[in-house]
Design a protein around this ligand. Structure first.
Ligand SMILES: *Cc1c(COP(=O)(O)O)cnc(C)c1O
Length: 396
């Protein structure tokens, strides 16, 4: 017996729901890559990406997932054997660092927690010890999609600059761009990385670098540069050079449509929508946690991301049956725990193309599963989410 026939709800932290208008934008014949006017599409995307990152620097589009943009960022500013400092707060900054190790970088991890944001003072302290300025770059994520932490990029940027240490500050915004404010120039970020398939509601396959003058200066002498990722090569006059080959036409049509939708709403409204959906999720999880099995991974509400909420299972319970129930019985796909939380947590995504009924549907299926499977929980989670939204979304 199931109640699954109907639209499937994808509630995982990437790839996220693609709006029908974005899917439709791809449904057209290929065009001549030398067609007049095509470079204008690229120019409009690069300009709007700069606006999203809030930078006066340069932006680049890669035909790659987020890992590609990671490699692009590292290889463009660093040289073999140089040291990078990774600020741990979950899975992804460390993953980026591991990639650096395979490129021949000397990787140091500043140990952190999966339950707390990076401490700006600890970063400053480590940099003050580095009197010879051996650390060339500092890697951090804004939102870690495994732990669901949000790091305070502004505070960490300030802490770094307060030491007068020249290391580049490189930030992964793959799960945060389009879900929370990110202000690259104001926050002293030198290189920012993002990708299309999370907050930006586009198909996987495009990723981005945003780069300021300090990073461009480091780029001049970096010896990890390769032909494909190279920023300088991509600044060539010919349109073809911007992609180091054939432009990914249909993905660009899709991204154009997604950015139009986001910019029509306005980025402040987009961030506010995410804050409201996150708040509704937290209201539900707080109720469920009264059963003493489900628990927030991030105890401090101020350190929880607006994009995804990681929920721990305790007292010997595991998420597997619940996620299976949501999928098989209700057509709701909730994220599994990954990395250190593999088999120990679920991740409820509330990012990208998501509205109140979609989120309430997901929360409703989870609560239905908790009940059907007799997993101890405080009841009324969905009611709490509704009350939160009703209170925070007034009629005018
Ligand atoms: C998803 C994600 C990545 C990896 O992106 P891919 O497109 O899967 O390579 C990196 N960092 C963060 C924070 C992410 O959420």
């Amino acid at each position: 017996m199931s109640v699954r026939t109907g639209r499937e709800f994808l509630s995982i932290p990437g790839p996220t729901n693609i709006p029908d208008a974005v899917l439709n934008a791809m449904h057209q014949p290929a065009i001549d890559i030398y067609q007049k006017g095509f470079p204008l599409l690229t120019d409009s995307l690069l300009a709007d990406l700069r606006a999203l990152f809030q930078t006066k620097g340069k932006s680049f589009i890669y035909i790659a997932n987020g890992h590609g943009a990671w490699e692009a960022a590292l290889s463009n500013v660093l040289s073999h054997g140089e040291k990078i400092l990774v600020l741990e707060s979950g899975l992804f900054a460390n993953g980026w660092g591991d990639m650096g190790a395979t490129l021949g970088l000397d990787v140091e991890v500043l140990p952190g927690s999966w339950q707390e944001a990076v401490k700006p003072e600890a970063v400053a302290e480590r940099l003050r010890q580095d009197t010879n300025h051996e650390i060339k770059a500092i890697l951090m994520v804004q939102v870690d999609t495994a732990s669901s932490i949000v790091n305070d990029v502004e505070a960490v940027g300030k802490a770094i600059r307060s030491t007068d240490h020249p290391a580049l500050f490189m930030v992964d915004t793959i799960a945060s761009l389009g879900t929370m404010n990110f202000s690259m120039d104001e926050w002293s970020v030198d290189v920012a990385v993002s990708a299309a398939q999370k907050g930006l509601m586009s198909p996987p396959g495009l990723s981005f670098n945003a780069v300021n003058d300090r990073a461009m200066k480091a780029h001049e002498s970096a010896n990890l540069r390769t032909a494909y990722w190279d920023w300088t090569a991509r600044m060539g006059k010919v349109h073809y050079q911007k992609y180091c080959g054939t432009p990914p036409e249909h993905l660009l049509f899709a991204l154009r449509k997604s950015l139009d939708i986001l910019l029509d709403d306005g980025m402040e409204a987009v961030a506010l929508r995410h804050r409201l959906l996150a708040g509704a999720t937290w209201a539900a999880v707080s109720k469920w946690a009264e059963g003493e099995v489900l628990q927030f991974n991030i105890p401090n509400p101020a350190e929880r991301s607006f994009a995804v909420t990681t929920v721990l299972f305790e007292k010997g319970y595991t998420p597997e049956n619940l996620l299976d129930y949501c999928d098989k019985k209700c057509a709701v796909i909730v994220g599994i725990g990954i990395g250190a939380l593999d088999g120990k947590a679920m991740r409820i995504a509330h990012m990208g193309y998501a509205n109140a009924p979609m989120l309430l549907g997901t929360l409703g299926a989870i609560e239905m599963g908790l009940k059907a499977l007799n997993i101890p929980h405080g009841s009324g989670g969905v009611q709490a989410a509704i009350e939160f939204l009703a209170e925070n979304v007034p009629p005018s």
